[in-house]
Design a protein around this ligand. Sequence first.
Ligand SMILES: *[C@@H]1O[C@H](CO)[C@@H](O)[C@H](O)[C@H]1NC(C)=O
Length: 168
Amino acid sequence: MAFYSSSSTSALAALAVLVFAVHLLPPATQGQQQFAPPVSEICLGCICEAVSNCNQSLRCSGDVCGVFRITWPYWADAGKPVLAQDQPGDDGAYARCANEPFCAARAVQGYMAKYAQDCNGDGRVDCHDYAALHRLGGYGCRGNLDQAFRDKFSNCMVQVAQLNGGQV
Ligand SMILES: *[C@@H]1O[C@H](CO)[C@@H](O)[C@H](O)[C@H]1NC(C)=O
């Protein structure tokens, strides 16, 4: 396969994204879904790569939890999505959701649905804006992204664009 010949780190990033997109996220167009979620699976994969290398062993540390490194206020802004057995007000509902990739991805979708905007002023709202929103928040997304996040995100986007005919 062609992408194995690129640098091993990049190939790994691309693979992690694909694993994330294919195995962890529910199909976007299932029966009762009424609105298409704003963020594509590929985009979720690249945000997760950039923020945590998509390391699914990550749990809570400091004020962040899970593969998307979600804080309590972020989760609250996202509409407090929860696991099936939880209610939003339950003790630990936030951590259990943020530590579970499907639920965490729903939190990202909820957050982006609330704060979607053209952070970089290029005339569209796309994955670059969602990444900035995730890293910098709904009121700070025009600011500068730290180098490590930017590099991992850009690298992932290049990789998936190559695998996906340029669509992200
Ligand atoms: C993933 O995170 C765990 C827990 O912090 C860490 O021990 C492990 O080395 C990480 N794995 C990778 C591949 O970075």
